[in-house]
Design a protein around this ligand. Structure first.
Ligand code: CA
Ligand code: CA
Ligand code: CA
Length: 446
């Protein structure tokens, strides 16, 4: 299961591994690396909830009091877990619309509207079969006669993002505390940001996007929050009476959906439900994986540096005396030691495991490691290894109480493959080690 078994990965390891080791000393003081100690004693474990899934990549709660969890399967299926049992009939089946032959494609994520309980709306994000793998964000409604079924006729396209290559599609959908939908959009693909999307404000690729699904315009299936950082009110587009400072902030070609930019492949992002802080786990290229932190007070507009930076390091890594660009991550780890594809698990804010309160958990798909992150008494982020598992984390979500769940899948990188040929994946619950349920199956460890 470990890294040596992977022939190729989202971030092409192999020959470049050794080249990165010389850069290990270039760390800035604020970016944590594995090997730290969070300022509390914490031991966690993963309990198996259910298995038999086909490439599960995410799990989400409707927060409607039903206690159901919805597991997203990459081929285009959403299954319901109710009272610990996987329901036989799926909630949603859009396999005919989703292309999933390449591992980074498929149904990426699903999110329920904050008012799902009353309006029944939910959103999915996937690679579309008929539009050559373009990313689609689509709204559906739960069936009015059967809450365990989606109403396929209710489909409404919210957004289409052109995907010139099959990889680096991002995927996250998450509603912020402000009620807006945040979208993780990757750099479009190939390698090395060949499109130059990271720093290009005229494209939706390589961005965190923020849209209003409760309104729409004649051109778009959504509204633009007027406080998005690159919205330029028309009255500012005059030559006189505008300060130099304000002119410097005006980007007439910028896409107004952009909330933050300079990300490479933000597969997982999560809000801290108590503080509104946003954690963006950004999959890196060849050498470094990174975790970015955006305070709940942020007004947006952050530049997370790609493709000038990968973690705290210049890109390409051989660049000498390169200036640092943008916000530095709070955490990073090397492909040499710790993994190849970062998967954020989220901040625990539930009631059942008080020792985990406020801790951010993050994992790696290649190594199966799980870390806890927290600031110490000096405000310095710490990153401590919690578990070194034998499974491959792919996604995460939380139930209504805030308990964190993780999906794992065993697929190898690449394509074309039939996801149904892959070993079945599983759903896990992250718990305090001392509170593992009697008889529960726990995750295999290295
Ligand atoms: Ca999500
Ligand atoms: Ca792509
Ligand atoms: Ca970065």
């Amino acid at each position: 299961m470990k890294m040596q078994n992977l022939t190729r990965c989202a971030c092409l390891v192999t020959a470049l591994l050794l080249a990165s080791s010389g850069a290990l000393n270039a760390q800035t003081s604020k970016t944590a690396r594995p090997g730290g100690k969070i300022p509390r004693n914490l031991e966690v474990q993963l309990e198996k909830v259910a298995g038999g899934f086909t490439d599960p990549v995410n799990v989400v709660s409707p927060r409607d009091g039903s206690g159901r969890l919805f597991v997203v399967e990459r081929p285009g299926i959403v299954k319901i877990v109710k009272d610990g049992e996987v329901m036989r009939r799926p909630f949603l089946d859009i396999k005919e619309t989703v292309v999933s032959s390449f591992l980074e494609q498929g149904l990426y994520d699903m999110e329920f509207h904050p008012d799902f309980k009353t309006n029944g709306l939910f959103y999915v994000h996937y690679s579309d079969m008929w539009f050559n793998g373009d990313s689609f964000i689509v709204e559906y409604k739960a069936s009015s006669d059967n809450p365990d079924r989606a109403d396929l006729d209710s489909v409404r396209v919210v957004m289409q993002i052109e995907q010139p290559y099959s990889n680096h599609n991002g995927g996250e959908l998450v509603f912020g505390p402000d009620g807006y939908l945040y979208i993780g959009s990757g750099d479009g693909g190939w390698e090395g940001d060949v499109l130059g999307a990271g720093q290009d404000l005229s494209t939706l690729l390589a961005k965190v996007l923020r849209i209003d699904v409760n309104t729409r315009t004649t051109e778009k299936g959504y509204g633009i929050p007027q406080d998005n950082p690159f919205v330029t009110p028309l009255q500012q587009m005059v030559l006189f009476g505008v300060s130099e400072e304000r002119f410097a902030e005006i980007h007439p070609n910028a896409q107004p959906e952009i909330w933050a930019y300079g990300v490479r492949n933000p597969v997982k992002m999560q809000f801290d439900n108590k503080t509104g802080d946003l954690y963006i786990a950004d999959v890196g290229q060849n050498h470094w994986e990174e975790i970015n932190f955006q305070a709940g007070s942020s007004k947006g507009g952050e530049n997370y540096g790609w493709k000038f930076m990968c973690g705290t390091h210049p890109f390409p890594i051989s660049a000498k005396n390169a200036p640092q660009v943008g916000e530095m991550p709070i955490g990073e780890y090397s492909h040499v030691t710790d993994g190849i594809c970062v998967i954020g698990l989220g901040v625990y804010r539930g009631s059942k495991y008080p020792s985990m309160d406020g801790v951010y958990f993050v994992s790696d798909w290649g190594s199966g490691k799980i870390w806890a992150m927290e600031r110490d008494e000096n405000g310095q982020w710490q990153m401590q290894e919690m578990l070194d598992t034998q499974v491959r984390p792919t996604g995460a979500g939380e139930d209504e109480d805030g308990t964190i769940y993780m999906t794992s899948a065993t697929s190898n990188y690449g394509g074309p493959v039939d996801p149904y040929d892959n070993e079945p994946g599983a759903l896990w619950r992250l718990v305090e080690k001392s509170k593992v349920k009697e008889g529960a199956e726990t995750v295999p460890l290295d």
